[in-house]
Write a protein that binds this ligand. Structure first.
Ligand SMILES: [Zn+2]
Length: 60
């Protein structure tokens, strides 16, 4: 399912794709389409509905 995130480097909004079958906790690296820097993406599946998505810079 698509999910909008904000790049922690440049602040641009990006649309990423979350695989609902990928497990309750997922983390991976997504390169920003705008500034091309690597974003740490953490996805936690919520019991009620949907996903909580957190993004972090790799240099912090
Ligand atoms: Zn960016």
């Amino acid at each position: 399912m698509p999910h909008d995130i904000t790049c922690p480097y440049c602040g641009e909004e990006l649309s990423i794709w979350i695989d609902p079958g990928g497990g309750d906790q997922q983390s991976y690296v997504q390169d920003c389409e705008v500034c091309c820097r690597p974003i740490d993406v953490h996805v936690a599946q919520e019991e009620s509905e949907g996903f909580a998505v957190y993004v972090a810079r790799q240099d912090e």
